[in-house]
Every structure is written in C-alpha cells, then in structure tokens.
Design a protein around this ligand. Structure first.
Ligand code: SAM
Length: 434
C-alpha cells in the first residue's frame, strides 16, 4: 500500500512541478518520507531519518522536506514541533494535495500540515498512473473499519470507503490499453469493497472481480489484503469461476488461539478461518495461501502459541509474515499489560517463521519439474542477462531468455529452487497468448 502511495506522490510531483525521481538525497530539491506506523520500529525510523536530512538542509536551505503516510497522520503538527526544519506534513488521504501544499509552503514560507480525511476526492485528483511494465497496482478501497485491538490503521488511514465501480473499471481498462496484463487490486480489506454509488448489495467484491475479469487484455488478477471476516461464499465461488483470478491468496489470520483472536477483536475463530480455507481448496485444490501472524500479543500463553503452530500445521501456508506485537498508542491493546518477555517473543517468532519458511520451501521443491506460465516483468535482479517472471502463485522465476519476452507470458519448466526464488528454462521461445 505504501509503495503504491509513494508512486502516486512521484506521479503527482512530476505532473505538477516536473520533479523527477532520484536515488540520491543530495541531488533532491524535495525529499518525501512516506512513513508507516503499523509497528513501533518503523515509526522510530522516521525521526532518525529526519535527523540526517536536517544536516543536508543546513547545506541546502531551499531543500523541501515532506513527511507523508501514517506517522504524519498520527503525529501531525507534533512533527514540525519536534523537527522544525520539516516543511510539509500530509496523511495517506491528503497525498493528492502535495503539489498545492508545496506551492503554499514556497509562497508563505511557513510549514504546511494537512492530515484530514477528505475521502474520495483523492482518487479524482490523481494523475493517470505511469505504466512501467506489464503489471500494475490499482487501489479499490481505502482505510479500515475493523478496529482490531492492536492496529493503528483505522486511526491513521480513516474508515473504509470504496472507490466507485465505474472509476475502478475505467482505470483498469486504461491500464490494459497501455499494455498492462496483470493487476493487483489493493486495499486494507479488499473484500469489504462495495459499490457505494449504487448501494446495490450484489455489487460486492466478487462482482467487481467478475467485472475486472471481463476487461480484454487483463489476463491475471491478484488482490491484497483480504480479511477473513468478509471472505464470503460468493468470493470463494468467484475463485472457482474466474480463471484469471490467480491461485494465491494472502489471508491474515494473526493467531491460531481463540482467546487471543477474541482479544485482538478479529471477529472469527480458528475453526472459522480453517473453514474458509477448506472451502477455497474444495474449489481450487492448488491454491496457495499465505498469512500474517503476530506473536507475543498481551496475555499470549505457551498454549496460545502452540495453537498457532498447530493451525500452521493444519493449514499448510505457502510463506507468511510474522511480527512481534508492538503496542501502538491509541489502540485498545496498548492498555493491556505487555506481559510476554522479549526473549519469549523472539523465540516464538523464530519458531513460527522456521515453520512457514519450511512449508514454503516444500511447495517450491514440489514445483521443480513442473511447467509454469510466468509473466515476464523484466531482467533478473542478480544477473541482468537473465529474465524474471512471476508464476500464478506469485513466485519469482529467473531464467535465460530473449529480452523481447519482457512484458509477455511465457511457459517455463522449473529446474531448481533458489533462496526465495526459482530457476527455470523456457519451453518455447515464443510468448504465449492468453
Ligand atoms: N488489514 C489486514 C488485516 O487486518 O488482516 C492487514 C493489514 S496490516 C497493515 C499488516 C500486518 O501488520 C497485519 O496483518 C499484522 O500482522 C501486522 N500488524 C498490525 N499491527 C501490528 C502491531 N501493533 N504489532 C505487530 N504487528 C502488527
């Protein structure tokens, strides 16, 4: 989500002020820190990064320093109070106002802070995305109204609101016309999407997927992140019905223990989560599932953690993210005693990741010898003489091949597994049409 927002900021500043991206802070006229406050570590980093930028500004007084994202949203004016050399502070919902804020800063000479939640205006004010390669992200909803007890997102990004279906379809049709073949629908809880304009209850996320699927040129559809609460039977049936929908779902579970899930206010039990996976696999046996886990939530006992490990064994995840619980100011869980000691938290995280990584390695190993269709999105990172593509289940495959395959689908045979990626060789030298 933040990577997407950063792209939008760059597009905006290019369109309004002709500002181009640079990898070197010393070359920049404007430096934007797009921040995350989902965990404390990310939040602390902002102020240490700002400290370094302050030195740069001493040498280059016209440098504009902007802080966007969720830390900005949470701290607002306090950022300027603590770091007076900061010129602009804006939240995830006011990033479209960045050009106007920049103008106003230059005109008035005063720091500008805008962390309001003007909702839909944001999408209308964004320039068309610059297309780089055959894949693109498309934001379909913003914010979150789930209020999980540990999570800061509803307070920093605001309540859930969906983009109207006509706008989403127009954007994807336009992307397809510019060569995009794969879209990832983005949002905190994409499956909470509902067409607000019509108020028609049937125009839900499953219906949106169906409509996106009908757009010529779009061959693959991904989405992230979904939430177990609204993982409806209609969505499961969409997976059965729509061949363009990839065989991979990221569905955060957070814990396998019911008392912890309840304390987290997740709104489902471990059994209900497993029931979703069972029904999904009944219609898509090959589907690969990844998840997010939090260890060391207040009150998490050894038995609670054992229930999480058991759930992992039962479900069989293909890779997952694990996080040590981090108390976020203003969230209900921050009031609970943080009573799991640091060493226990770390040991639980290591056990958890060892399990999910081992599962992912097993899945990768089972892919060796199989034929996979990959969308070639560029050159391999390590060896630029090779190509890089992604499989339907979102694995990176590196393989030798001609540059003219970039942007196309090609079939490869998987020959080996590498660290977090696969190696392959092309089956035919020609791109495949889907
Ligand atoms: N909306 C999705 C959901 O709730 O299922 C996930 C979005 S959240 C930005 C990404 C992940 O960060 C969460 O799934 C959770 O595992 C982790 N996370 C959120 N708040 C956290 C906290 N206070 N401490 C540790 N991890 C946290």
């Amino acid at each position: 989500m933040n990577a997407y927002d950063s792209e939008k900021m760059a597009d905006l500043l290019y369109a309004s002020h002709g500002l181009e991206k640079t990898e070197h802070a010393e070359e920049a006229d404007v430096i934007v820190l797009n921040t995350c406050s989902v965990r404390e570590k990310a939040q602390e980093k902002v102020f240490s990064d700002l400290g370094r930028l302050a030195e740069l500004k001493l040498e280059k007084p016209h440098l504009v320093i902007a802080v966007g994202g969720c830390v900005a949203s949470q701290e607002g004016e306090a950022i300027v109070a603590r770091a007076p050399y900061v010129d602009l502070v804006f939240g995830p919902q006011t990033l479209h106002r960045l050009p106007a804020l920049l103008d106003e800063r230059r005109r008035s000479g005063r720091a500008q802070v805008d962390i309001s939640f003007p909702e839909i205006e944001k999408f209308d004010a964004l320039p068309p995305a610059r297309v780089e390669g055959p894949t693109a992200f498309v934001s379909i909803m913003e914010g979150c109204s789930k209020y999980c007890s540990f999570c800061v997102v509803p307070y920093t990004r605001g309540e859930e609101f969906s983009r109207p279906i006509a706008d989403v379809l127009r954007e994807i049709t336009d992307l397809a016309a510019r060569g995009v073949k794969e879209v990832t629908l983005l949002g905190q809880n994409v499956n909470a999407w509902l067409d607000m304009d019509s108020g028609d209850e049937d125009l839900d996320f499953a219906a949106l997927l169906e409509a996106v699927s009908a757009i010529p040129g779009i061959a693959r559809i991904r989405y992230t992140t979904s939430h177990p609460l609204e993982f409806t039977q209609r969505l499961i049936e969409a997976h059965a019905r729509l061949p363009k929908l990839v065989g991979q779902v990221h569905l955060p579970v957070q814990s396998g223990s019911d008392p912890i899930l309840q304390a987290m206010k997740r709104g489902y039990t471990a059994l209900e989560y497993k029931s979703i996976i069972r029904r999904l696999r009944a219609v898509c046996p090959q589907i690969s599932i990844s998840s997010d886990f939090i260890v060391g939530f207040p009150g998490e006992t050894a038995a609670d953690f054992a229930a999480t490990l058991k759930l992992i064994d039962e479900v069989g995840f293909d890779g997952s993210y694990g996080f040590i619980y981090s108390a976020r100011p203003g969230t209900p869980a921050a009031e609970l005693p943080d009573n799991v000691d640091a060493a226990t938290k770390l040991s639980r995280l290591q056990q958890l990741l060892a399990k999910t990584d081992a599962e992912a390695a097993r899945v990768a190993q089972a892919m060796v010898g199989t034929r996979q269709r990959v969308l070639v999105d560029g050159h391999a990172k390590r060896d630029t003489a090779e190509l890089r593509g992604r499989t339907d289940n979102n694995r990176v495959v590196n393989f030798p091949g001609s540059s003219r395959l970039i942007g196309h689908f090609v079939d490869v045979t998987i020959t080996a597994t590498a660290h977090y990626s696969l190696r392959g060789e092309v089956v035919t030298e020609e791109p495949v049409t889907t």
